[in-house]
Ligand binder design. Structure first.
Ligand code: AOF
Ligand code: ZN
Length: 378
């Protein structure tokens, strides 16, 4: 009898169960930093086919891990069963005991995992440990999808910075608004809902101080129901110009606010922000601006794995110039703003994204009256 027969492996069931694990993990995106949002499902043979006896996802703040949750739910029903998990189970003694040990302790016979972890203290060792203990381990199912969902974790582990997603809401003539004025609605309702969803799935949202002052945004995430939560808001503010009556400051009880500033910014301004519960992060400057790479490193050091950048044009251009944009989402509304409008990338043509070999378009569709396209690092 082959291993597949002995374990009653059915590829269709595998796909279905991994899909469930992927959905479990995806629901937690944006809420588990500094850890990846992993999903796990425990399956047991039943008289009429496989039965899901436990499911779990990484919990808010990153712990407990997904496997622990799914195994806890399954209890003794896990014995002899199969575990589907979207990331290699950990093998290290971190803030929690190794999931690999919990899996062995529960008597799981087979583990189907979507991919190796990029965490250097885990990578490969989790799978090896399970195999060494006689567990059948199959790696790779669902890997492409999971890799997209966990880009932030991978980027942070490999490069010490978050995955940077640049969001651009443009008029048909590539403008983002009129100078000095709060932007008129450029995109419609469907697009706005999508933006809120994207925010909810990011660990942090960033703007430059110019945009913070011009738009006075709250950048909180207004989605009714399950996604009523807001990522960390980040302002790039070299000289600490952000006034304390700004809405970002005023809403600090709704979502954390971190201000990235230069080493020489005034101490009084720092104290004024800190006394309101705002975290001020000082980084080195270059040519009178905070260094972007250093800023991103500082965010990753605090656990941020994915950063959505909402503007403005100066920050967007600077990130592009330094090749720090991993993904760009371009939403275009039907309105035309005209020559006096503010260009999206501070003078850099939008083709720096759409026509560049550095990016590859992966999605292009309509969204209400708007168009929507997603570009990722090629
Ligand atoms: C898993 N299952 O659900 C997640 C994992 O500090 P710790 O102990 O919480 O470990 C954090 C690391 O564990 C994290 O960097 C990543 O490599 C892995 N995340 N592992 O087995 C999970 N979220
Ligand atoms: Zn774990």
């Amino acid at each position: 009898m082959s291993v597949a027969e002995a374990l009653r492996i059915d590829p269709e069931i595998d796909v279905r169960m991994m899909d469930l694990a992927i959905r479990m993990g995806r629901r937690m995106l944006g809420r588990t930093w500094p850890n990846p949002a992993v999903g796990a499902v425990v399956v047991q043979d039943g008289p009429n086919g496989p039965i899901v006896v436990g499911r779990g996802a990484t919990q808010p703040g990153g712990r407990p891990h997904a496997e622990t949750e799914a195994l806890r739910q399954a209890g003794t029903a896990a014995r002899g069963g199969t575990l589907y998990v979207t990331l290699e189970p950990c093998s290290h003694h971190g803030k929690t005991p190794p999931c690999a040990d919990a899996i062995l302790g529960a008597g799981i016979r087979r583990v189907v995992s979507a991919m190796d972890d990029a965490n250097p203290s885990v990578t490969g060792a989790g799978h090896r440990r399970l195999r060494a203990a006689g567990v059948q381990v199959d790696v790779g199912l669902g890997g492409d999808e999971v890799r997209r969902n966990l880009v932030g974790h991978m980027r942070r582990m490999q490069d010490g910075r978050p995955h940077v997603m640049l969001k651009l809401a443009l008029s048909s003539d590539d403008k983002v608004g009129l100078p000095g004025r709060k932007p008129a609605a450029i995109t419609g309702e469907e697009t706005r809902a999508r933006v809120h969803m994207m925010r909810a799935m990011s660990d942090a949202i960033a703007v430059g101080v110019g945009t913070a002052m011009a738009d006075n945004p709250s950048l909180t995430c207004r989605l009714p129901g399950m996604l009523a939560r807001s990522p960390v808001r980040v302002v790039f503010d070299t000289n600490l110009r952000l006034p304390v009556d700004n809405r970002l400051v005023q809403t600090v009880d709704d979502a954390p606010l971190w201000v990235i500033t230069g080493v020489d910014a005034p101490v009084e301004a720092e104290r004024a922000l800190q006394s309101r519960g705002i975290e001020v992060i000082r980084v080195r400057t270059e040519d009178g601006r905070v260094r972007l790479e250093g800023s991103l490193n500082a965010l990753a050091a605090r656990g941020i794995t994915s950063l959505m950048v909402e503007g403005g044009p100066i920050l967007a251009r600077a990130l592009l110039n330094e090749d720090l944009v991993d993904e760009a989402t371009i939403m275009r509304g039907p309105i035309t703003i005209g020559d006096e409008g503010v260009p999206a990338l501070d003078g850099l043509p939008i083709e720096a994204i759409t026509g560049s070999e550095r990016f590859r378009e992966i999605v292009s569709m309509t969204c209400g009256d708007d168009s929507y396209a997603d570009y990722v690092r090629a």
